[in-house]
Design a protein around this ligand. Structure first.
Ligand code: NAD
Ligand code: MG
Length: 392
């Protein structure tokens, strides 16, 4: 029996993780659940899973959840709050596996804490890795943590890697990694209309149901950009050997190209419970609750190269990973600020890549070899993005 901590349990990935965990009560015991401000959902999760700890964003919510759990007769769960509590529960001795499913930079410190404590880290929070890749991968090696990718593309690549492969090590027999991309809701939209799209249109993803931020990232293809950086770090690949392939059906989740000309793909229905179950059961397999893929229904597989003029965010991400240092952290922070503004209806969709582009030139870069340097780059880029957007 393994103890699991789910960081971001009330989000899209968190809910899917609990769905899979609930199918395997003989394998996993829920030790800690965390949420930012979705008290209602966290309360329901506490009733059902009776975790040892539940974490919320602030003290007021903590008091409310405590009262409600007491009234419901749940005595087992201790309610904590704040960023330090996230770090604490991610490193508890009774926790074996940590699902890192907080969205954005807020997930960095607890995810890093899990790696430093030598946990099995199930990584969905790609922003944490993009920001502090070098530090994070070093922490994994030093502490002997096991890193299992949950992002569907990286999980697919991991599954197609040579037997016994561990994330972070280069595999000399692998020539390229091919990341598939659906192209999002605006793949065929006339370019001139891009600046008028609404948040509702941007989050209406054709094939996946996800959180709001990642849905906008899919529409700009920044999501794929972040995933290129993620792939370079997870699989020790040079950026030129990570290729993006637009594949509209979203049933091939990514591919590995071997030196002998073999191309291995991982396929399945587009449901995050597949990669989540893979990571939870690794190195074995167990049921995810997802139906098998019906190839006769899929009928056809299409592939095309990405259009970098339509999706400048993808080009910017390649630039960031090639330069390295703190530039990926700057790209990520500028994107988070711009996406939040767009979701609040304050800026146009096309201002997202403009903001990222601006910050990548305006903010000073340096080596990303200390946590301070990474956090400082994150802060400076957020300030630069806000100032840039305020002028518009
Ligand atoms: P979501 O918005 O649905 O959920 C985010 C979770 O993080 C929630 O539980 C929320 O309470 C918590 N959270 C948000 N801000 C926080 C803060 N400041 N402090 C502490 N907790 C905070 O997001 P999601 O779609 O589940 O995505 C989570 C992560 O997984 C993201 O990094 C995303 O890129 C990645 N991911 C998601 C999918 C998907 O299908 N949803 C696929 C691949 C990767
Ligand atoms: Mg993905």
């Amino acid at each position: 029996m393994k103890g699991i901590c789910i960081l971001g349990s009330t989000g899209s990935i968190g809910v899917s993780t609990l769905d899979v965990v609930a199918r395997h009560p003989d394998r996993y015991r829920v030790v800690a659940l965390t949420a930012h401000n979705n008290l209602e959902r966290l309360y329901e999760q506490c009733l059902r899973f009776e975790p040892r700890y539940a974490v919320l964003g602030d003290g007021e919510q903590r008091a409310r959840l405590r009262r409600r759990l007491q009234a419901a007769g749940v005595r087992r769960t201790e309610v904590l709050c704040g960023a330090e509590a996230l770090v604490e529960v991610a490193a508890l001795p009774e926790v074996d596996a940590v699902m890192a499913a907080i969205v954005g930079a807020a997930g960095l410190l607890p995810t890093l804490a899990a790696a430093r404590a030598g946990k099995t880290v199930l990584l969905a929070n790609k922003e944490a890795l993009v920001m502090a890749g070098q530090l994070f991968m070093a922490a994994v090696v030093e502490a002997g943590a096991v890193l299992l990718p949950v992002d569907s593309e990286h999980n697919a690549v991991f599954q197609c890697m040579p037997a016994g492969y561990r994330a972070g090590r280069p595999a000399p027999e692998v020539r390229r990694v091919l990341l598939t991309a659906s192209g999002g809701p605006f793949l065929r939209l006339p370019l001139a209309e891009l600046e008028h799209v609404t948040p509702e249109q941007a989050i209406a993803h054709p094939n996946w149901v996800m959180g709001r931020k990642i849905s906008v990232d899919s529409a700009t293809m920044m999501n794929k950009g972040l995933e290129v950086i993620e792939a370079c770090l997870l699989f020790g690949m040079a950026p030129e050997n990570v290729q993006v392939v637009v594949h509209r059906q979203s049933v091939i989740h990514s591919l590995v190209d071997y030196v002998d000309g073999t191309l291995l793909a991982q396929m399945g229905n587009p449901d995050m419970r597949v990669p989540i179950a893979h990571a939870l059961a690794w190195p074995g397999r167990f049921e995810s609750g997802v139906e098998p893929l019906d190839l006769f229904e899929v009928r056809q597989l299409d592939f095309e190269p990405p259009d970098l003029a339509r999706f400048p965010c993808l080009r910017l991400a390649y630039e960031a990973v090639r330069s390295g240092g703190t530039l990926p952290a700057i790209l990520n922070a500028a994107n988070e600020v711009a996406v939040a503004h767009f979701l609040e209806g304050r800026i146009r969709f096309t201002a997202i890549p403009e903001t990222v582009d601006h910050c990548m030139t305006a903010v000073a870069t340096g080596p990303a070899d200390t946590l301070e340097a990474v956090l400082e780059a994150d802060r400076s880029a957020r300030a630069a993005a806000r100032a840039f957007l305020a002028r518009r």
